[in-house]
Design a protein around this ligand. Structure first.
Ligand SMILES: C[S@@+](CC[C@H](N)C(=O)[O-])C[C@H]1O[C@@H](n2cnc3c(N)ncnc32)[C@H](O)[C@@H]1O
Length: 262
């Protein structure tokens, strides 16, 4: 038994709404705060950093001036703020998130960022990543950091990313995948779902979903397995430590939409 799809939206919004209101890294129930990506290789501290990431997709993206970049599940805006100076004032960076409190926080962060940098190339949109609020072929690059594992329909996310990318465009995503099946007690644990563990796909299913969406040239760029000794378990998730040891990895994957870049 896993958690029902309808409930997933509710509990993910609740967990990240709470995190946004607290506006500091979560102690429990979020990515990077418990069993998943604690100690992960995220970028240095920047605007919008909340310790909710599990990689550094921008670092692997070779962003060029003038590009349009879209960040799926942009949270407080960390990767958007890293990408914006790289695209420059002729480019655009669009963050998409479904949680109202996160969008409020990213809007506040954007005000400070714009004042400091003079850049006006960022937009945050409200929406779900399974049905992106974006036109066909709007983006050159799609990034995402520790979000797709939270989706109740991962294949739909990759199909949407494919639709929104221009031919020749790329995705670079950091995320949590499983190396083995989890016991039912963990699969149905609400806190471990919001912590980016219980909802994660097996690695082969994750990579297959990218391929089935139409992407080619799928490359694994980083791959780090979590051990229970290196993770920061809160009192609830510590009970699951043994079952989780070595079960999850944070990976960064890139892939391309076939076609000529114009
Ligand atoms: C673990 S946080 C990561 C935030 C950001 N990418 C970072 O690295 O700081 C997950 C974010 O994804 C958003 N999110 C989760 N599922 C989503 C979905 N299906 N559609 C849109 N946003 C989603 C949450 O609201 C939250 O802001």
């Amino acid at each position: 038994m896993t958690i029902q799809r309808g409930k997933i939206r509710f509990l993910v919004r609740k967990a990240y709404g709470k995190a946004a209101k607290a506006a500091k890294p979560l102690k429990a129930g979020s990515c990077c705060s418990s069993a998943s990506c604690c100690g992960g290789d995220s970028a240095p501290s920047v605007d919008g950093e909340m310790g909710l990431s599990c990689g550094n997709p921008v670092g692997f993206s070779a962003i060029k001036k003038g590009m349009t970049v879209m960040d799926l599940g942009s949270g407080a805006g960390k990767d958007v703020f890293i990408a914006a100076p790289l695209t420059g004032h002729k480019g655009r960076v669009i963050g998409v998130d479904m949680t109202a409190e996160m969008l409020k926080l990213s809007a506040r962060n954007l005000e400070k960022f714009a004042k400091r940098t003079g850049l006006a190339n960022i937009e945050f949109r409200k929406g779900v990543i399974e049905k992106l609020p974006a036109k066909d072929r709007e983006a050159d690059l799609i990034i995402s950091n520790c979000v797709i594992n939270l989706s109740p329909d991962k294949p739909a996310v990759f199909r949407e990313a494919f639709r929104v990318l221009k031919p020749g465009g790329s995705i670079v995503v950091s995320d949590i995948v499983l190396n083995r099946k989890l016991p039912p007690s963990i699969k149905k644990h609400d806190g471990l779902y919001a912590a980016c563990v219980a909802g994660a796909l097996l690695r082969r299913d994750y990579l297959a979903a990218i391929k089935e969406a139409g992407f080619t040239g799928i490359k694994l760029l980083t791959d780090k397995t979590y051990s229970s000794s290196g993770a920061c378990f809160d009192p609830i998730t510590s009970k699951a430590a043994k079952a989780l040891d070595g079960a999850a990895s944070s990976i960064t994957v890139s892939a391309h939409k076939p076609g000529e870049r114009k």
